[in-house]
Ligand binder design. Structure first.
Ligand code: APR
Length: 392
């Protein structure tokens, strides 16, 4: 089988790319390892940056987001020294997030893609990409019946995440990897939000976070000891710990509910360099995974998909390769900036990990308090925070 562009992966990166290519009349196909229902229900991120909304709006992909997403522009820091709010939506460049669960966005993108006549094969796992040096790359995949199928293309877009076939097929890439040494227990609670802001709580016992998702479901994070299973604690113990770290005695209890999902997230990140390997291009988590501390992953994925779509359209319709040549450098500039900010957030919210040379250091603890004090009091620091927090 063949297509001008074979897209691996039906996450935000792959589906935005697919939609933009179809809109420009480009022949493409998406191959996705998971089932259609899994793709539409997998809960992940949920904070969309202004640039993401602009891209989706510009291509008629934002209907669900405007109907059911909610604008959001405040975060609250809770520390042993007190709490403060940053209305980041009116700081910096004045950009706000839209809270819209990623699985709803993916569902919308899929609906639009299919309505435009897009081709997609679910339960089809790409195995390896070959011949990317030439103008006729090909790949092998295992289809829903377990048969090995072969696809040829002009270009292959690897949007299949950190563990996908695109990354595995690279022979000459550098993968920069950095482990922040921190693990989060991510929770989805059947409970309304406990505050009308993103909550970042700093506590001697570790970080805790609160992020709205929908009026009925809220995401919490608890800094967690690496190596301990996600189900090691009872729900009651988790809620007690969340209350403690979120400083509930001072600021009020959290709205409790059934814990629907638990997952462990190592705050580890990586960047692949370069993002172009002949006729294979990486986008989204396949290109770079930022630590989850600042909601950058999905927003970078959508931005890269837009840049790649424009470049592929220029190349395929006008023989103009300049966009493809510039793709890697353009995206990496955004990626490193997001990595830098995410690293800063990570160091703000957590003490150095237990195995770090400066673990337990009073000096480091004092620096963190000072960093927080600067963010609480300096308008320029707040503007910098706001610009980076919503920017990609
Ligand atoms: N063949 C085909 N599909 C694959 C393969 C493979 N070998 N490996 C993975 N996939 C699919 C996954 O099932 C998933 O649907 O690729 C898709 C990748 O989608 P995402 O993981 O959502 O990644 P991306 O589109 O890059 O978006 C990044 O997702 O990881 C979250 O929070 C992160 O918000 C960020 C966003």
């Amino acid at each position: 089988a063949s297509a001008d562009v074979v897209v691996l992966g039906a996450g935000p990166a792959g589906l935005v790319l697919g939609n933009l290519l179809l809109a420009a009349g480009i022949d493409c196909v998406v191959l996705e390892r998971a089932s259609s229902s899994r793709v539409r229900t997998r809960a992940r991120a949920g904070f969309l940056a202004p640039n993401t909304v602009r891209i989706l709006d510009g291509h008629g992909l934002a209907d669900g987001l405007h109907q059911n997403g909610r604008p959001h522009g405040t975060c609250e820091f809770r520390t042993p020294e007190g709490r403060f709010r940053l209305d980041y939506g009116s700081l910096g460049r004045g950009g706000r997030h839209h809270v819209y669960p990623q699985q709803h966005l993916v569902t919308d993108l899929l609906r639009h893609y299919l309505a435009r006549g897009g081709r997609i094969h679910f339960r089809t796992e790409a195995l390896a990409v070959h011949d990317t040096d030439g103008t006729r790359p090909c790949l092998t995949a295992r289809d829903a019946d377990g048969r090995t199928v072969r696809w040829t293309a002009r270009y292959v877009a690897g949007c299949d995440g950190r563990h996908g076939a695109a990354r595995r097929s690279l022979t000459a890439a550098t993968v920069h990897h950095h482990d922040h040494g921190v693990t989060w227990l991510g929770l989805l609670a059947q409970a309304p939000p406990s505050l009308d802001a993103v909550g970042y709580a700093i506590h001697d016992r570790g970080f805790a976070g609160h992020m709205a998702r929908t009026p009925e479901v809220t995401r919490y994070y608890l800094q967690w000891q690496r190596g301990v299973a996600a189900d090691a604690w009872s729900g009651g113990r988790i809620w007690d710990e969340l209350d403690l770290r979120m400083h509930a005695p001072e600021y009020g209890p959290l709205s409790r509910g059934t814990l629907l999902e638990r997952g462990l997230f190592d705050l580890a990140c990586d960047v692949v360099e370069p993002l172009r390997h002949g006729s294979l291009f990486l986008a989204g988590d396949a290109a770079s995974v930022p630590a989850p501390a600042a909601a950058k992953g999905a927003n970078l994925a959508v931005l890269e998909a837009e840049i790649l779509a424009e470049a592929l359209v220029d190349a395929l319709t006008r023989g103009d390769d300049r966009g493809l040549d510039a793709y890697s450098d353009r995206c990496l500039a955004h990626i490193w900036r997001a990595q830098e900010f995410t690293g800063w957030m990570t160091r703000l919210l957590h003490a150095p990990p237990e195995d770090a040379p400066d673990a337990g250091s009073p000096f480091q603890a004092a620096l963190r308090r000072s960093r927080i004090a600067s963010l609480r009091t300096s308008r320029i620091h707040q503007d910098w925070f706001a610009e980076n927090y919503v920017g990609v």
